[in-house]
Design a protein around this ligand. Structure first.
Ligand code: ADP
Ligand code: MG
Length: 363
C-alpha cells in the first residue's frame, strides 16, 4: 500500500486562484474524502493528483515518488470521473479491459483481471452487455471496476455517486466502502455531500475557496469545527456572536433577545481567556425542548415555535425569540403529536455542548 503527499499545491486559471497553497497527507490504505461546495476546487485537486492537470505550484508525491510531472498512466492511480465516461461502443468486459490492453498485458491475464474486478462490483454476469443496457448504478460500478482492473495503488473518485437516486446511492456507498476495505486501497473521494463524507471516510479534508479549512475524522470535523465555514457546511448549526460577561461568567448574545427583554446567555464548560468576544456554536440536536420549563439555572431560553418541519426520523423546529431564532432538532419519538406553530416552548442545553469556533480555549 502507498500514501499520498501534497505539498503547497496552488492552481491558477488566469487571474483566478482555484487552489491556494493546499498541503495534505493521505495515509496508506486510508479512505479520505475531499468535501466542499461546488466550485471550491475539489475536481481540480483530484485532477492534479491523477495527473490530468499540472499544478501552477507545488509537489505531488505518491509513495516516495515525486509524480508532479508524470502523465496519468505512470502514476499507479485509477480514476473514476463524475460522468463515468464509459466507452459506449465497447462491452462491459472491453471497458474494464481497456487499461490492461493499453499496458499490453497477455490475453489470459486480461481476462482474469477483468473478471476479478467485475466480481468485486458484483457484475460478472454483465460482462457481455453494452453500457446502454445497464442502469446508472451498474454503469457506475463498471467505471469503478475499470479503475480497479489495472490494480492501482490509489483510487481517485470524483463524485461517483452524484447521479444516483437516494436509495441506490446509499447502497452504493456501502458497496464502495466494502470494496475499499476488501482491496485495502488508498482512496480519495470527492463529494459535496456531507453525509456521504461523514459515513464513509476515515478522515475528511474540507475545502473552501481553494483552501483546506480543516482535516479531521468525521467526529472531529462535526463536533469541533475549526471555523464558521466548516461548522455551517457540515450539518445545521446555531452560531452565536457572543460577548463575555465577567460578572455572570457567561457569554451574552446581543442579537438574541427573549420576550422578557433579556439577551440569551450561554454558559460554556470551557472559557476563552483574554477575549471579550467569541464565536460559539450549538448543534440543533444538542438542545432539548419542552412545553414545561425545567428548573435549571442557566442555558435555558423561552420562545415561541415559528416553524415546524417533519423530516420523518426527526423534527426541525424553529424557536422564535423577540429578536432572532434558535434551530432545534428533536427525535420523532419525542413527539406523539406534532407541536404547533405558536406554542410556547422552553429549550435547554448542557455547557459541554457550547463549542468555540474561532480560537483556542482554556479549560
Ligand atoms: P469543484 O470540483 O469543487 O466543483 P472545480 O475544481 O471544478 O470545483 O473548480 C474550481 C474553480 O476553478 C471553479 O471556479 C472553476 O470554474 C475553475 N476552473 C476549473 N477548471 C478550470 C479550467 N480548466 N479553466 C478555467 N477555470 C477552471
Ligand atoms: Mg467537481
Amino acid at each position: 500500500m502507498i500514501g499520498i503527499n501534497l505539498e503547497h499545491i496552488s492552481q491558477h486559471f488566469g487571474e483566478q486562484i482555484a487552489l491556494d497553497d493546499v498541503s495534505l497527507t493521505v495515509k496508506e490504505g486510508e479512505f479520505f474524502s475531499l468535501l466542499g461546495p461546488s466550485g471550491c476546487g475539489k475536481s481540480t485537486l483530484l485532477n492534479i493528483i491523477g495527473g490530468f492537470l499540472e499544478p501552477t505550484k507545488g509537489v505531488v508525491y505518491i509513495g516516495d515518488q515525486d509524480v508532479t510531472a508524470l502523465p496519468p498512466y505512470q502514476r499507479k492511480t485509477g480514476m473514476v470521473f463524475q460522468s463515468y465516461a464509459l466507452f459506449p461502443h465497447l462491452t462491459v468486459f472491453d471497458n474494464v479491459a481497456y487499461g490492461l490492453k493499453v499496458q499490453k498485458k497477455k490475453k489470459a491475464e486480461i481476462k482474469q483481471k477483468v473478471m476479478e474486478s467485475l466480481s468485486l462490483v458484483q457484475l460478472e454476469a454483465f460482462a457481455k452487455r453494452m453500457p446502454h443496457q445497464l442502469s446508472g448504478g451498474q454503469q457506475q460500478r463498471v467505471a469503478i471496476a475499470r479503475a480497479l482492473a489495472i490494480q492501482p495503488a490509489v483510487l481517485l473518485l470524483d463524485e461517483p455517486l452524484s447521479n444516483l437516486d437516494a436509495k441506490l446511492r446509499k447502497n452504493m456507498q456501502t458497496e464502495l466502502r466494502n470494496i475499499q476495505r476488501n482491496v485495502g486501497i488508498t482512496t480519495i473521494l470527492v463529494t459535496h455531500d456531507q453525509e456521504e463524507a461523514l459515513s464513509l471516510s476515515d478522515r475528511i479534508g474540507i475545502l473552501g475557496e481553494g483552501k483546506i479549512q480543516q482535516i479531521g475524522t468525521p467526529l472531529e470535523v462535526y463536533r469541533q469545527p475549526n471555523n464558521r465555514f466548516v461548522a455551517e457546511f457540515i450539518g445545521q448549526v446555531n452560531i452565536f456572536e457572543a460577548v463575555y460577561d465577567e460578572a455572570d461568567s457567561a457569554y451574552t448574545v446581543p442579537h438574541l433577545t427573549q420576550s422578557n427583554g433579556q439577551h440569551v446567555q450561554l454558559k460554556a464548560a470551557a472559557h476563552q481567556e483574554n477575549r471579550e468576544k467569541g464565536l460559539l456554536m450549538l448543534r440543533p440536536e444538542r438542545i432539548s425542548i419542552s412545553s414545561v420549563r425545567e428548573e435549571v439555572q442557566s442555558n435555558h431560553v423561552t420562545g415561541v415555535l415559528a416553524d415546524v418541519s417533519y423530516i420523518g426520523h426527526s423534527l426541525r423546529l424553529v424557536v422564535g425569540l423577540d429578536t432572532g431564532e434558535i434551530i432545534v432538532h428533536a427525535s420523532d419519538a419525542a413527539f406523539p403529536q406534532l407541536p404547533e406553530v405558536g406554542e410556547t416552548v422552553h429549550i435547554h442545553w448542557q455547557p459541554d455542548d457550547i463549542v468555540f469556533l474561532d480560537s483556542k480555549v482554556h479549560t
